[in-house]
Design a protein around this ligand. Structure first.
Ligand code: HAM
Length: 541
C-alpha cells in the first residue's frame, strides 16, 4: 500500500470542518483589521531563504526541501571541473579533503589540500556573512588549522562584481576569478519553509511600497524537514500576516506591533482558545546585535568546548543562534549567557516600552521572556510567541516579530515590517479539546429520495434533480439519493448523512406537486406543496 510520506498527513472530513471554521473566523478578523489576501508561490529560489531567514538557522541549514532545476551536471560538478582543468598542473598530485559539504547547499563546498583552501560557490550568494564563514573555517576546521597560510581560491560561476573584490580585499582574502563562459547555472529551488521571505520578495518585485502601508495575509502549506511528532509535521499549514511599508507610512511605529498583538489576542479569544500566554521580547536593532554578539562570543569562548557541535560552530559564526539549541546538557550554560535586554539602545528601549504601554491600555496580558530570540535571523526589536500549555512539547501556537532590515538584505528599499505566523495544525489541535467538527459542520437540511419508476417506466431521478437544484439555489444543503434505492435504504442513507429531513419524490408526489417531508429526529411527517418547501425546511432548521 502506498502511504502519505512521513511527516505529511491527509486532512479528512469531518475534521476539515474545523479547519474551515478556523479559516472563516480568521478571514472575518483580517477583514475587520483591514488586511487583504496575498498568495505567493509554494517554491522560491533557495537564495531567498538563505539570505532572508539566515544561513545558520536550523530552518536553512537543516530543514529545507531543496532541489536543482536544470539539465546535465550539477552546479558543483561543473564548477569543480572548471577550476580543476585550469589548475591541473599545480594540483594534480594533491590529496584533497572535502571539509564542508552540505547536501542542501550544493553551491557551497570547501576543500583543502596542502596550501590550498578552495571554496566553490555561486557569486550571487556571497556577502559579508559568507566571507566571515570562510574565515572561520580556517579557525574551526581541524585539518586547516595547522596549515601555513592556505591560499584561498574562489571559483565563480559568473564574473564577480567589484563588490566581491572589495569584500575579499578588505578581509585579506586572496581571490582568484575563474570565468565559466557559456555557463548556465541550474536554478536552486526550495519549498517554502515560511511565508515572510516570499511576501517581502513580492513587496520588492511589485513595488508595493508605492501603495504605502501594506497589510496582507496568506494561508497555506509550508515545508520543513523536521523529525515528525505530535504538532510537528514536514508539511504543515500557516496563517501568516504582515504589515510592511516604507518608513513614511508608519510601518515602524510601535502602534503597528500592538495592533498585531491585539489582533492575535482577539483571534484566539474569538476561536474560544483560552489559557494562552503571550511571551514578549525585544531583540534590538543591528547596532545592539553587534554589541550583544561580542558579549556572547566572549561568554561562550571559555565554555563552548563543553557544548554540542552546532553550538561550537554557532559560537563563532552566529552566536545568537546558540539560543535555539535544544540539547539538554547545554541549557545550564545557555541560561548563564548575557541577555539581549541589557544591550538595547535608547530608541529600541523606547519602542519596546511604547508597545507594552498600548498592550496594557487595550488589556492584552503578556509576560516578558528575555531569552526569546526566535529561530529566524531577520528579527529586529519586537519578537513574540503565543504558547498553549495543552500542546505539550511543541507548545508555540504562533510566533512573529519585526523585521526592519529584511527588505534591504534582499536588495529592496527600506521597508520596516512586522508580522506573525500561526501554526494552523497546532491551532486546530488546541481547538479540538473544546469544539467538535460536528458542531461547526453544516449537515444536510434535507435528503431527497427519488422512489422507483412510474408505471410507464419513467424514473424519478430527473424530477428529484430538479427539486434539488431549486432548493440548493435557495441556500439549503441538499443530499440527493438515487431512484434505484428502496425506501429503507434511502432512510439509512439520509440518517448517515445526518440530514434533518427526508423528502420523498414518488409518482403521486410529482403528480400532485406536493411532497412527503419527514423530520428524521421527531418522526413527524407532513405533506408540503412545492412552493412551501423551502420555508417549511428553513423554519425547522
Ligand atoms: P516560526 O516560529 O518558524 O515563524 O513558525 C510559526 C509557527 O508555525 C510556529 O509557532 C508553529 O506553530 C508553526 N510551525 C513551525 N514549524 C512547524 C512544523 N514543523 N509543524 C507544525 N507547525 C509548525 C515563522 O515562520 C515566521 N515566518 C513568522 C513571522 C511572520 N514572523 C514575521 N512574520
Amino acid at each position: 500500500m502506498i502511504k502519505a510520506p512521513r511527516g505529511t498527513r491527509d486532512l479528512l472530513p469531518p475534521d476539515t470542518a474545523l479547519w474551515n471554521f478556523v479559516e472563516a473566523t480568521v478571514r472575518d478578523i483580517f477583514r475587520a483589521y483591514n488586511f487583504q489576501e496575498i498568495r505567493t508561490p509554494i517554491f522560491e529560489s533557495t537564495e531567498l531563504f538563505a539570505r532572508g531567514v539566515g544561513e545558520e538557522t536550523d530552518i536553512v541549514a537543516k530543514e529545507m526541501f531543496t532541489w536543482e532545476e536544470g539539465r546535465g551536471a550539477t552546479l558543483q560538478q561543473q564548477m569543480s571541473s572548471f577550476w580543476t582543468s585550469k589548475h591541473l598542473a599545480e594540483i594534480e598530485d594533491l590529496d584533497w579533503h572535502v571539509v564542508f559539504e552540505n547536501r542542501r547547499r550544493p553551491d557551497l563546498v570547501v576543500k583543502t589540500a596542502t596550501n590550498y583552501l578552495v571554496v566553490e560557490f555561486k557569486r550571487r550568494t556571497i556577502n559579508q556573512a559568507t566571507i566571515d564563514n570562510i574565515k572561520q573555517f580556517r579557525k574551526v576546521s581541524p585539518p586547516i588549522a595547522d596549515w601555513y597560510d592556505p591560499r584561498l581560491l574562489l571559483v565563480f560561476a559568473e564574473e564577480p562584481s567589484s563588490f566581491v573584490r572589495r569584500l575579499a580585499a578588505a578581509n585579506g582574502v586572496e581571490i582568484e576569478v575563474i570565468d565559466m563562459p557559456g555557463y548556465e547555472a541550474p536554478e536552486s529551488l526550495t519549498l517554502r519553509p515560511e511565508a515572510t521571505a516570499g511576501i517581502v520578495r513580492a513587496y520588492i518585485e511589485h513595488n508595493l511600497a508605492s501603495r504605502g502601508l501594506n497589510k496582507v495575509f496568506c494561508i497555506g502549506p509550508m515545508f520543513r524537514r523536521e523529525r515528525p511528532q505530535k504538532g510537528r509535521y514536514r508539511q504543515f499549514y500557516q496563517i501568516d500576516a504582515e504589515i510592511i511599508g516604507p518608513p513614511a507610512s508608519g510601518s515602524d511605529a510601535p502602534s503597528r506591533d500592538a495592533e498585531i498583538l491585539e489582533l492575535l489576542a482577539t483571534l484566539l479569544d474569538r476561536l474560544g482558545i483560552t489559557g494562552w500566554t503571550l511571551e514578549l521580547n525585544s531583540v534590538g536593532c543591528p547596532n545592539d546585535r553587534v554589541k550583544f554578539n561580542e558579549a556572547l562570543r566572549a561568554a561562550l569562548e571559555p565554555v563552548k568546548e563543553k557544548m554540542c557541535a552546532d553550538c561550537q560552530r554557532r559560537a563563532v559564526t552566529n552566536p545568537l543562534r546558540v539560543f535555539d539549541c535544544k540539547v539538554p546538557e547545554d541549557q545550564p550554560i545557555i541560561d548563564k549567557l548575557p541577555r539581549i535586554s541589557h544591550f538595547l539602545d535608547e530608541p529600541c528601549r523606547k519602542h519596546f516600552d511604547a508597545v507594552q504601554e498600548i498592550l496594557k491600555a487595550v488589556g492584552v496580558p503578556f509576560v516578558i521572556n528575555d531569552r526569546l530570540v526566535r529561530g529566524l535571523d531577520y528579527y529586529t526589536r519586537t519578537a513574540f510567541e503565543f504558547t498553549h500549555g495543552a500542546l505539550g512539547a511543541q507548545n508555540a501556537i504562533l510566533g512573529g516579530g519585526r523585521y526592519d532590515g529584511l527588505s534591504e538584505s534582499l536588495g529592496g528599499p527600506a521597508a520596516p515590517g512586522i508580522g506573525f505566523a500561526i501554526g494552523e495544525d497546532r491551532l486546530v489541535l488546541s481547538l479540538q479539546q473544546k469544539v467538535t467538527p460536528e458542531s461547526v459542520l453544516r449537515k444536510p437540511d434535507v435528503y431527497i429520495a427519488p422512489l422507483g419508476q412510474t408505471k410507464d417506466g419513467a424514473g424519478m431521478n430527473p424530477e428529484a434533480a430538479r427539486l434539488a437544484r431549486e432548493l440548493r439555489q435557495r441556500d439549503l444543503v441538499v443530499e440527493l439519493g438515487d431512484e434505484s434505492f428502496r425506501l429503507k435504504k434511502s432512510f439509512e442513507a439520509a440518517e448517515r448523512a445526518g440530514a434533518k429531513y427526508i423528502l420523498i419524490v414518488g409518482e403521486n408526489e410529482v403528480k400532485s406537486d406536493t411532497f412527503a417531508l419527514k423530520n428524521l429526529a421527531t418522526g413527524e411527517q407532513v405533506s408540503v406543496p412545492r412552493p412551501d418547501l423551502v420555508d417549511r425546511i428553513q423554519s425547522g432548521r
